[in-house]
Design a protein around this ligand. Structure first.
Ligand code: 1CP
Length: 360
């Protein structure tokens, strides 16, 4: 597939495919491990690059996105890479301004406030405004030289809706939740519009070279179980079904899909019925209970508390080993239960990766 630019040669063969084998339920040489936000602010070389370039310039410049994606792989014996980008590139492609404010996070200065504001969204051509992500993925596949698989990702509809209505991160998602009560039909319209763009976007990422995909429903934590089943689950199901349909029709091989619905440990059984290969767990979920809830045919990913990375190395090593023992070697991908935080000591990453690889 030619993404309009970069893929001139076939991709190099994969040398370490433990991540993909774990996702498919096949035997692994070692438990694969990667870390959400593994390219990020805890790395001094990331901070240095960010001093020179604005956040979205890094995302939009394939050379820079690849450099940052590669940074954690130079330091740690990780089993996956994840393309450097952000979930908010979709609201951006839909015509909303997104700024990254230091120490604050993403800010959308003109959020969606009323159903009338939905007219400002520009789904036509949104995919073409995201082509830089495909370019970065294709370039990264070559730069990786088959060392580890490359993961692509997206935000899920409810999580993106939250940022678009709140105008940034929120402790309560109160404005977005008010939409669900006050404008249920318009909420569905927006969630369906986002679902359509997400399917296009994921299809493009696979064609560009993404070998696995993760859908971040990070704001599931703001929904009750009943709300999760109404405002998240149907759209997650449609993303998977439509994507598989599209790829099948084009005779493009599908890739393993991960759903990470933070705070939705109350609905593991329901998540296991959506057709995803992997379920990501936050750290509030017990590994043994999670396995009992999803059955033997789903891979689990997670779920060390990111705060455990601040413990002393021997404690961290023990906690990691215990976690891997609880999950076991089959159908398991080790990770944190959410993104690594900025002050994490770099040595903790070494301890984590080493402990996972030595546990079983
Ligand atoms: O200035 C900076 O460098 C900002 C820090 C930063 C980074 C490194 C942000 C701002 N985004 C990212 C990259 C990023 N974001 C990745 C890169 C790939 C990786 O190494 O994992 C990914 C997967 C994301 C996804 C993302 N962005 C999510 C879903 C995952 C999660 O943490 O739940 C969310 C919610 C965002 C929004 C976002 N972007 C950035 C911040 C600080 C936030 C959260 C803001 C908030 O809700 O308070």
């Amino acid at each position: 597939y030619n993404n309009g630019s970069i893929q001139l040669q076939p991709f190099p063969p994969l040398k370490n495919d433990n991540l993909l084998r774990a996702a498919r339920g096949e035997v692994v040489d070692r438990v694969p491990v990667w870390v959400m936000r593994q390219a990020g602010r805890y790395l001094p070389e990331f901070q240095e690059l960010r001093k020179l370039h604005d956040f979205f310039t890094v995302c939009r410049t394939p050379e820079l996105a690849c450099e940052v994606t590669m940074q954690p792989l130079r330091r740690f014996d990780l089993d996956a890479s994840i393309i450097f980008s952000d979930i908010l590139v979709i609201p951006q492609a839909l015509g909303l301004t997104v700024e990254m404010h230091a120490g604050v996070g993403p800010v959308l200065p003109q959020p969606i406030r009323t159903p009338e504001d939905l007219k400002r969204l520009t789904p036509d051509g949104a995919l073409s405004r995201l082509s830089y992500v495909g370019d970065a993925i294709t370039m990264m596949r070559h730069k990786l030289d088959g060392r580890v698989p490359l993961i692509g990702f997206t935000g899920a509809p409810w999580t993106l809706m939250g940022y678009m209505i709140e105008g940034g991160g929120s402790k309560t998602m109160s404005k977005a939740k008010a939409w669900l009560y006050d404008y249920p039909e318009d909420s569905k319209l927006l969630l369906n519009l986002l679902t359509d763009v997400i399917v296009d976007y994921l299809e493009m990422q696979v064609e560009a070279g993404a070998q696995m995909l993760q859908i971040f429903e990070s704001s599931a934590e703001h929904l009750t179980k009943d709300e999760f089943l109404v405002w998240s689950v149907p759209f997650l199901r449609r993303i998977r079904d439509d994507l598989v349909d599209r790829l099948t029709k084009k005779a493009v091989s599908t890739v393993p899909l991960t759903i990470f619905a933070k705070g939705a440990g109350h609905s593991l059984k329901e998540q296991s019925e959506l057709g995803y290969d992997v379920i990501g767990l936050d750290w509030t979920v017990d590994p043994v209970e999670a396995r009992a809830a999803v059955g033997p045919n789903i891979t689990l990913q997670g779920n060390l508390d990111p705060q455990d990375m601040y413990r002393d190395p021997s404690e961290l090593h023990t906690l990691t080993t215990d976690m891997v023992h609880k999950f076991g070697k089959s159908r398991y991908i080790a990770n944190l239960g959410h993104g690594i935080t900025p002050q994490t000591p770099i040595a903790s990453m070494e301890v984590l990766v080493d402990a996972v690889h030595k546990a079983l």
